[in-house]
Design a protein around this ligand. Structure first.
Ligand SMILES: [Mn+2]
Length: 405
């Protein structure tokens, strides 16, 4: 059996108010061709299909058009919800898609068994089993307990995720011949030690509810993870992996090699993992330094009119405030096929107050927690008190996230 593991598409995402439609179209077209050539038995999308709960119409179109074509090349498509997806919206066409062998698990189902999906060949024979676990919300994995301490909450969350995977494992072991069939788990979560970029939101009590390799039952031959946008293994284990996002979702990811994973199984066991690099569509470039260095780099920047417009993030270190900086920077690339999406300034040798520090940074560029920490700093909150406040703020963020759906 052969699967293709991808995740974190974030259809409908905008980077500094620029939409990613062309980049996603390019990726989805490439993915269709890959499915056609590689003849995979199952395509697994491990969460964050969409960027927001209510994605724009073009993003929904991209999703359904892709599914419509993908089922022509691949017998089984498995889609799970991520923390960015609305479980309700993703699950809405579930019954209909089921007929087309597109299995959707948008949110945690009432019955755990509904997360178990059989991978079938063209003769309807079961050739593999997938524990398709979506992003698990707090309410799915633990009941709120009044008066519970922060540490207790973290422990119960970790235990809740562990129990979820182990119960599924037990159920699969009771129903299927696990020595002959490959058993795969899907997850959308934060694993301990993962390297993040700027574009993932914190989950499970501000990433404290992190999981380890032990979270997944040993019976899983492969664990297909989503949520972290940089491809990586968990605990250096070959078989527990994040495939990463197909396009860079923030400028921090501009150097990442984007990829999907082709995973092969023989006689029920993992036999090969192949990394397929995704062809880059648009160049994202970060230019950083003092004004001379930035000017120099932008002047020699090579672009081509036949290629999609290059997007730039420019970070300038300054001695003092420059009135016309943004305009000057934009002028440097005026005759090139490039657009400056963000200009940031940094002042050398200066201790800045909160207002000044915030002055050049748009609130949109900061995560809520970063703003909160700046507030704590400006008010000289003590270390112990800050820890408490951060924990409470994390709970609040998570609660707000849960309320959105
Ligand atoms: Mn994501």
């Amino acid at each position: 059996m052969k699967i293709l593991h991808t995740a974190d598409w974030h259809l409908g995402q905008r980077l500094c108010d620029f939409d990613r439609q062309a980049e996603h179209d390019h990726f989805l077209q490439w993915l269709l061709e890959t499915l056609k050539v590689e003849k995979v038995d199952a395509l697994i999308v491990a969460g964050d299909v969409f960027d927001v709960h209510n994605p724009p119409n073009y993003a929904r179109k991209q999703y359904y058009n892709f599914l419509r074509k993908a089922i022509g090349y691949c017998n089984n498509v498995i889609i799970t919800g991520g923390n960015h997806d609305s479980p309700r919206n993703l699950d809405a066409p579930k019954e209909l898609l089921e007929y087309l062998r597109v299995h959707v698990v948008g949110g945690c189902p009432e019955d755990l068994k509904d997360e178990v999906i059989e991978v079938k060949d063209e003769n309807n024979k079961v050739i593999g089993v997938v524990a398709a676990v979506p992003f698990l919300q707090e309410r799915d994995i633990r009941k709120a307990v009044a008066g519970e301490s922060y540490e207790e909450r973290v422990e119960r969350t970790q235990k809740g995720i562990f129990n979820h995977y182990h119960s599924l494992g037990e159920h699969i072991a009771a129903e299927y011949d696990t020595s002959k069939l490959p058993i795969i788990a899907v997850g959308h979560l934060f694993a301990a030690g993962s390297i993040t970029s700027d574009s993932e939101k914190d989950i499970h009590i501000g990433n404290q509810g992190k999981v380890t390799a032990e979270t997944f039952s040993e019976m899983f031959d492969y664990v297909a993870l989503g949520h972290i946008h940089k491809p990586q293994k968990v605990n250096k284990l070959e078989h527990i992996r994040y495939c990463g996002s197909p396009i860079p979702l923030s400028f921090t990811e501009h150097k990442d090699d984007k990829q999907v994973l082709l995973v092969d199984f023989e006689r029920g066991k993992l036999s090969d993992i192949r990394i397929l690099p995704i062809p880059n569509y648009r160049k994202l470039i970060r230019v950083k330094g003092d004004i001379d260095k930035v000017t120099q780099r932008l002047m020699v920047l090579e672009t081509s009119d036949d290629k999609p417009t290059t997007w730039l993030e420019v970070q300038v270190e300054l001695e003092t405030f420059e009135v016309d900086l943004e305009h000057r920077v934009r002028k440097l690339v005026a005759d090139k096929n490039a657009t400056v999406l963000i200009t940031r300034t940094e002042y050398k040798n200066r201790i800045t107050g909160l207002d000044e520090e915030m002055g050049d940074v748009s609130l949109d560029d900061l995560k809520p927690m970063e703003v909160f920490l700046k507030r704590c700093d400006s008010r000289n909150v003590g270390e112990e008190q800050q820890k408490e406040l951060v924990n409470t703020f994390n709970e609040l963020l998570e609660w707000m996230d849960g309320e959105k759906d």
